[in-house]
Ligand binder design. Structure first.
Ligand code: ARG
Length: 467
């Protein structure tokens, strides 16, 4: 592009002091209309509230306010019909709509920006948008919690191996494992609820940065837009983006949780594990290997955190070290948040579908639960309880028995009583009661433990909370 790739005329919205227009590359780097047109509905809502307030305060006439309100609604439907002429020369959604308004209604359109700046305008638009996304996340999370809860309720007493280090640790119940995710998602949900509460203050009326000399009513616009109150400091109002950072942070933590279950699904659906069968609806085939059924949705869900966390880091990096108040750097906030929000909503929907459709292979789970000496802790606990051994000693005796079983290529319940008594003569036949996986999980009755009765109690609690 050559140096004379200029627009000959200065920007009509602010070009009074400019002799010539911007270079074409300046227009390209400066324009945000390519992405911030997503804020059109919020921008129009904010402008309508502002115009109505200006009239109520006697700052503009009622007839101007009426023309503005009607003009904005006409523009809203023009945009929704896909007929709005978006123009990069007009930079962003705010100037595009305002210029179009004046084109449609003339003089009155030019009065809309009284007592307002694009700095408070974009702050209110973006808050409204992010607030909606918090609501969408809360809804998506609730649906996913319900899907996990249904799995937990069906399999409150199905035994499966519990893992630490991805090595068999102790038998647990399917319902308990599913409820672990309900707990995580509930915390995710409360993070969005929290963030929503904090962001629900209206920055409109902060104007450029210092407030305005017009007798505006910020409480009225705050109320009209569903905010709890106006923000209390105009400098903070136009420079704060931590509402977006909170949304991104909550999204990142949530996506991290989704990635963990996604990884479990990838492992569990493999031929080596066969813990679950994923439905055809959430898997794909291979173009060369006819036998394949790949857990693509789970793999993608495992990866999505990369994007969401990337957006989070990107916006933190944009905001870091920015002196007060508004700087154009902050225009870089939107694409990150848009992409992260789209990604999160899609991920929640996909996970909800997959969890709803998956089938646990109960027999495989149970067989796996019994292998790998999973009841060794039960044996050690029995030695403490029945024989009065100190736990450390019981741990050692059990370890010797595990080594013995390993040598005989069998599991703990397959050892004979005589075998066991060579390690500790006090061991009695009732030891076998604790070596079965069903008894093992039944005995974990401590609050929050894996016993089916505990799981059922938690299922009941969550069913109530999610009603
Ligand atoms: N498009 C801008 C943004 O997203 C709107 C605010 C512009 N303010 C300004 N003083 N140039 O940040």
């Amino acid at each position: 592009m050559t140096a004379d790739a200029n627009s000959k005329t200065a920007n009509t919205m602010w070009g009074g002091r400019f002799a010539e227009g911007p270079h074409a590359i300046m227009t390209a780097i400066n324009a945000s209309i390519g992405f911030d047109q997503r804020l059109y509905a919020q921008d129009i809502a904010g402008s309508r509230a502002h115009a109505a307030m200006l009239a109520a305060q006697g700052i503009i006439t009622d007839s101007d306010a009426k023309a503005i309100g009607e003009g904005l609604l006409a523009i809203l439907s023009e945009i929704e019909r896909g007929e709005f002429p978006f123009t990069p020369a007009l930079e962003d959604i705010h100037l595009n709509i305002e210029a179009r308004l004046t084109e449609r209604i003339g003089e009155a359109g030019k009065r809309l920006h009284t007592g307002r700046s694009r700095n408070d305008q974009v702050a209110v638009d973006f808050r409204l948008w992010v607030r909606d996304q918090c609501d969408a996340a809360i809804q998506g999370l609730t649906a996913l919690m319900q899907a996990f809860l249904a799995q937990a309720s069906a399999g409150a007493d199905w035994v499966m191996p519990g893992f630490t280090h991805l090595q068999t640790a102790q038998p647990v119940t399917w319902g308990h494992h599913m409820l672990a995710y309900v707990e995580m998602l509930a915390r995710d949900r409360s993070r969005f609820e929290d963030a929503r509460k904090r962001m629900n203050e209206c920055p409109l009326g902060a104007a450029a940065l210092a407030g305005t000399s017009f007798p505006i009513d910020r409480h009225a616009t705050a109320k009209a837009l569903g905010f709890d109150r106006p923000t209390a400091n105009s400098l903070d109002s136009v420079s704060d983006r931590d509402f977006a950072l909170e949304f991104l942070s909550a999204s990142s933590i949530c996506a991290m949780h989704l990635s963990r279950f996604a990884e479990e699904l990838v492992i569990w659906s493999s031929a080596q594990f066969r813990f679950v069968r994923l439905s055809d609806r959430w898997t794909t085939g291979s173009s060369i290997m006819p036998q394949k059924k790949n857990p693509d949705a789970a793999e993608l869900l495992r990866a999505k955190l990369g994007r969401i966390l990337g957006a989070t880091v990107a916006l933190f990096t944009v905001m870091k070290g920015l002196a007060l108040t508004y700087s154009k750097d902050m225009q870089e906030d939107k694409e990150q948040v848009f992409d992260a929000a789209d990604t999160l909503m899609l991920a929640l929907a996909a996970m909800t579908g997959m969890v709803g459709d998956m089938t646990a292979n109960r027999d495989t789970l149970k067989a796996a639960a019994a292998s790998g000496f999973s009841t060794a802790t039960d044996l050690a606990d029995w030695l403490v309880r029945a024989l009065g051994l100190p736990f450390r000693e019981a741990h050692h005796v059990t370890g010797t028995l595990v080594a013995m079983a390993e040598g005989k290529k069998c599991d703990l319940p397959d050892l004979t009583l005589a075998d066991m008594q060579t390690v500790h003569p006090g061991i009695r036949v009732d030891v076998f009661d604790v070596l079965g996986v069903e008894n093992s999980v039944r005995s974990r009755m401590s609050y929050g433990g894996t016993a089916p009765d505990q799981v059922r109690a938690q299922v009941a609690r969550w069913s109530d909370l999610l009603k």
